[in-house]
Design a protein around this ligand. Structure first.
Ligand code: FAD
Length: 383
């Protein structure tokens, strides 16, 4: 019997499994499809602290520090590059919003600059087009390669003895005498002292039978990937109104993304075909991103895919070990930020599972904070 079961083989579940197995605990990870089947490989892969909610900023800053060394701990490259994040303004109103954001974030101690005009922007990113009038620049932000990162995490987990079970969905949490004692799977019941629910959008349906509501909206996103291009853009870009973001990957391909509305279906029943963006969605994303990076117009289009984002009402994740349910730990609802803070999520969920004090203030991330009537935050994609 494993000491701990982790449900979900994305960056959150794998980082948590690696952290726990590093302590010599017996860890079993259940993944319904294959490792990295959802957001953790659909993602843009931005590792950003600029523009974060003040509650999440300490986590994002700690994560930026950890990414620089994570490959050493994991024993394989993650493709992490610390080359900065640009948030771009395309008109005077957006420029003002960015100027205000820069002042607020500098007051919180962030290394963030306001670039007043296209000349200042091109000194950092020469490929930016004439449609951009101002920007913020955080040199400490960056990006990593999602596939390399997931492979590095899986390799580390295996070496540390984590039992990785793919195509093994958790069907429900097992309860006995008021505590969580394991998970029911199609292969039978699996018992453990503690169970960590880290299965993204699907987490809510596992928690619901316990009377725990994790309110999330599934937001659809469209992602385009070009053919490999000569190196021409090092940063991650987002825009003031968050209607697109992108970066050039280390193999030269550009990956760009935008939100395309709500997913109305059952989050557990998505298929690649059902998530596929429409011609019009892809066209709108191409128009927006070529205005920002004109060189994209001549690039070949290699892949198009759709994804889902697990958006909570306040766009902050849930990290919790509810007192009413001993044995249960929750890490979900990352609202489009869970890749960058992946190393820290693993650290936090490890501490919650072991009953240790977290190095971060977790009050803003408790499950109990949600008021069902509360207003919903908009989706923002800034890389
Ligand atoms: C297009 C896009 C762009 C993004 N850009 C960024 C960015 O630039 N920076 C950033 O920080 N974040 C970004 N994000 C968000 C980030 O990718 C996610 O927050 C993060 O990957 C969440 O990781 P996770 O492990 O919590 O969830 P997921 O990666 O979704 O993993 C959950 C896993 O659980 C499995 N699962 C589901 N149900 C069960 C079950 N019952 N039993 C077992 N397994 C189950 C799923 O198959 C899946 O593999 C982006 C997301 C998208 C889609």
């Amino acid at each position: 019997m494993p000491d701990i079961i982790v449900i979900g083989g994305g960056i959150t579940g794998l980082a948590t499994a690696c952290a726990l197995a590093g302590d010599g605990l017996g860890v079993s990870l259940l993944e319904a499809r294959h490792l990295g089947a959802m957001a953790s490989t659909w993602t843009l892969g931005g590792v950003r602290q600029s523009g974060r909610d003040p509650a999440e900023l300490p986590l994002a800053r700690a994560a930026v520090a950890q990414w620089a060394e994570w490959h050493e701990a994991l024993g394989a490259e993650t493709g992490y590059r610390r080359r900065g994040n640009l948030r771009l303004a395309r008109n005077a109103e957006e420029a003002e919003a960015i100027r205000t954001m820069v002042a607020a974030q500098r007051a919180l101690g962030l290394n963030l600059e306001f670039l007043e005009d296209i000349k200042a922007i091109r000194a950092i990113a020469p490929a930016i087009g004439d449609s951009v009038v101002a920007a913020s620049f955080c040199p400490d932000d960056g990006h990593a390669d999602p596939d390399m990162t997931l492979a590095a995490l899986a390799g580390c987990a295996r070496r540390r003895g984590v039992i990785l079970q793919e195509r093994m969905p958790a069907l429900r949490l097992l309860v006995e005498a008021g505590r969580i004692i394991g998970v029911e799977t199609p292969g039978g019941r699996l018992h453990a002292d503690r169970v960590i629910v880290a299965c993204g959008l699907h987490s809510a349906s596992l928690l619901e039978p316990l009377g725990l509501a994790l309110p999330m909206v599934a937001k659809r996103v469209c992602v385009l990937q070009t053919t490999s291009q000569p190196p021409s853009f090092e940063q991650v870009f987002g825009v003031a109104n968050a209607d697109c973001a992108g970066r050039q990957e280390i193999d030269g391909r550009f990956r760009v993304t935008t939100g395309i509305g709500d997913w109305q279906g059952d989050p557990a029943r998505w298929t690649e075909a059902a998530l596929r963006p429409s011609f019009a969605d892809a066209g709108a994303l191409i128009a927006r991103t070529t205005a920002i990076l004109p060189l994209l117009a001549a690039s070949g289009l290699e892949r198009v895919w759709g994804g889902l984002i697990d958006l909570t009402p306040d766009a902050l994740p849930v990290f919790d070990a509810p007192a009413d349910w001993p044995g249960l730990v929750i890490g979900a609802g990352f609202s489009g930020h869970g890749f960058g803070i992946g190393p820290v999520s693993g650290q936090i969920l490890r501490a919650l599972a072991l009953g240790e004090t977290s190095p971060f203030d977790l009050a803003p991330f408790r499950l109990g904070r949600f008021d069902p009537a509360a207003a919903r935050a908009p989706l923002t994609l800034h890389g």
